[in-house]
Design a protein around this ligand. Structure first.
Ligand SMILES: Cc1cc2nc3c(=O)[nH]c(=O)nc-3n(C[C@H](O)[C@H](O)[C@H](O)COP(=O)(O)O)c2cc1C
Length: 356
């Protein structure tokens, strides 16, 4: 059967369908366990969580499913220069963003505090909990962390946005490689070149990576139904990772406004922008993203830009000024049809079986 792939065997799951993990508090235990209980691989994006929160979430997932699941972290989680943020850079951002804070009649935030990377402590919590699968983006964990995963029987999954990144991941010995195309919703997790210089589409990336590496490849970006799964597998993917279609389901942790936007006419335009976090990410096009396109030099580095924008985000939500927000989404959103995980999974499995 089409679903008995090498990736299914490595992950110990029935169907090679991975639910893309969502960072920034958009994952939910319900979403992860629903996908895993239906034979796919649920994934929890944990990069903003403290080690204690990771331990708590992992326990909750273990209580909700006895099937394999994935916890996801960001290896590189800060672009702040070693000396911290200088005043001049902060003042540049203040100048650029003041009209939007004024429009919402809220104060400009103070200069964000320095940021200390959380990855090492998060990885320690993860190793303590031993989830069946650990996926990561924005880099490769140290050889020591990967070795500890191997010893603990944790399957490791890295993400590549270019062939060179896939080659580097294979050299580190990861079990699976996600080929992340630029259609995908959320951040563009490049780690060798800038994200702007790493913009291959999913199907190009899957084919090129397959030519250069032996590690099984998971296709991510632009897949929403069984025809997409079948196409990715025909091109050599051993599994797929689906984000936006699971994000739209009732079980995810997005707001009602975000969910309705994904199913609305607004979904026909997405854009890649650094304006909301300081790293390049795809979401529904918005006035703020469009007006500030080309002004990236005046944004703060990740994650300080996200901290700087946090009060603006909250005020825009409260005042229903959605043109000052960005709802994360992949390009495929206009093709969304499902509101529940079971409806989505059942249709994907039936359609893939019919197509292959
Ligand atoms: C809101 C949102 C947040 C995401 N956060 C993460 C994350 O923290 N870690 C990660 O590996 N992938 C993250 N992704 C990427 C997804 O896991 C998945 O690879 C991608 O959405 C697949 O493309 P698609 O949206 O076209 O289906 C995120 C995607 C979205 C839409």
């Amino acid at each position: 059967m089409w679903y008995n792939t090498q990736a299914s065997k490595i992950l110990n799951i029935q169907y090679p369908i991975l639910q893309g993990p969502f960072g920034g508090n958009l994952s939910s235990v319900k979403l992860v366990s629903s996908v895993s209980n239906l034979g796919g691989l649920g994934g929890f994006g944990a990069y903003t969580l403290s080690p204690e929160e990771i331990i708590s979430v992992d326990r909750q997932i273990k209580a909700a499913t006895d099937k394999p699941y994935n916890i996801n972290l960001w290896v590189s989680d800060s672009d702040v220069p070693a000396g911290g943020l200088d005043d001049a850079r902060y003042q540049e951002a203040v100048k650029l963003f003041r009209p939007y804070f004024d429009e919402l009649e809220i104060a400009i935030p103070e200069k964000p505090l320095p940021f200390i990377s959380r990855f090492e402590n998060q990885a320690e919590a993860l190793l303590h909990q031993k989830p069946p699968v650990f996926s990561f983006v924005f880099g490769i964990p140290s050889a020591d962390i990967l070795e500890q995963c191997r010893k603990a029987g944790i399957v490791t999954v890295g993400a590549a946005t270019t062939v060179d990144e896939a080659i580097a991941l294979e050299a580190s010995g990861v079990d699976l490689i996600v080929a992340s195309g630029f259609e995908a919703g959320g951040h563009r997790p490049s780690f060798l070149e800038s994200s702007e210089n790493s913009l291959s589409g999913t199907f190009v990336l899957v084919q090129l990576i397959r030519e250069k590496v032996k590690t099984p490849v998971v296709a991510a970006g632009g897949i929403v139904d069984g025809k997409g799964v079948a196409a990715a597998m025909k091109l050599g993917a051993e599994a797929v990772q689906i984000g936006t279609a699971f994000l739209a389901c009732d079980e995810s942790n997005i707001t009602d406004a975000h969910r309705e936007a994904l199913f609305s006419d607004q979904a026909k335009d997405t854009m890649l922008t650094r304006v909301f976090t300081g790293r390049l990410g795809r979401g529904l096009a918005s006035r703020l993203g469009q007006e500030l396109s080309g002004k990236e030099k005046q944004f703060l580095p990740f994650p300080l830009q996200a901290h700087f924008m946090s009060s603006l985000r909250q005020a825009a939500i409260a005042q229903k000024k959605t043109d000052l927000l960005m709802f994360w989404s992949g390009q495929v959103a206009p093709a969304l049809r499902h509101r529940t995980v079971s409806g989505l999974m059942n249709d994907i499995l039936a359609e893939t079986s019919a197509s292959l």
